[in-house]
Design a protein around this ligand. Structure first.
Ligand code: C5P
Length: 239
């Protein structure tokens, strides 16, 4: 398979066409951004770590019946995925209050939620990814009502699978962001990445943050935290 022209460059990844139909080539970058791109840095080894971590999570989800775009890892920083058209909705799932939710509602970070919360954000850099609800999604024609029901159902299932898997690794899954895409055949599947860039992971004993909040909040040891996640979920840390 050959890597062809670049289709898209995001904050943390590049996406290329390939010589094979319906297959994209993704390259994970070391670049880190936060607060809608206002804070930028390079974190050595992040691309390698997230490529491996995401491959592990997406393979686990596939095994458990959650169809997703991951096909195979082809190098330290690259993977081949199924071609999809990303639905411009960021689906955030929360088990514990943190980040923007804690801020918005004045809740203490770490407050356990009596039930999972699902939020939708409009994936639009110019607007700063505003929170939206089903009515906005309908008017913006981002997804049909039935598709949204399906997305929510998949998000719940993904949360159950990841929460249980991580609990066994002594990691609390605080919250995470998902993106879904449509295949050329019209099926909605999970896409993008699942990594410490897109999830909040806390050590279950010490509550130490093992995710991108270390970068957002200048807590230091960002790479070490990502390595720790990879080690605990069974990957090999040789970056
Ligand atoms: O900032 P906030 O608390 O809303 O983030 C919720 C979750 O979604 C966090 O795990 C964060 O890493 C993730 N997220 C993301 N990309 C965004 C916004 C949030 O991965 N653009």
């Amino acid at each position: 398979m050959e890597k062809l022209e670049q289709l898209y460059e995001g904050k943390a990844k590049r996406v290329f066409k390939t010589s094979e139909p319906e297959k994209y080539w993704i390259e994970y970058k070391d670049d880190a951004t936060a607060f809608n791109g206002e804070k930028k840095a390079r974190i050595a080894g992040k691309g390698t770590l997230n490529n491996e971590i995401s491959a592990i999570f997406l393979s686990l989800l596939r095994e458990k019946g959650v169809d997703n775009h991951f096909i195979k890892k082809i190098s330290a920083t690259e993977q081949i995925v199924q071609q999809v058209k990303i639905i411009p909705i960021e689906v955030v799932v929360r088990n514990i209050a943190a980040g923007s939710l804690a801020k918005r509602l004045g809740w203490e970070e770490g407050k356990e939620l009596p039930k999972m919360i699902v939020e939708f954000y409009y994936k639009n850099d110019e607007l700063g990814d505003p929170m939206i609800n089903n009515d906005h999604i309908d008017i913006l024609e981002l997804a049909a009502e039935q598709e949204l029901v399906e997305i929510r159902k998949q998000a719940l299932k993904i949360n159950e699978i990841l929460k249980e898997f991580l609990q066994n690794k002594n990691i609390i899954l605080v919250d995470f962001k998902l993106e879904f895409g449509k295949t050329p055949a019209g099926t909605i599947i999970l896409a993008d990445e699942i990594s410490p860039d897109t999830c909040r992971f806390w050590d279950a004993d010490t509550m130490k943050k093992l995710d991108k909040d270390r970068f957002r909040r200048d807590l230091g040891s960002v790479e070490e935290a990502y390595q720790e996640i990879l080690r605990r979920i069974g990957g090999s840390v040789n970056v």
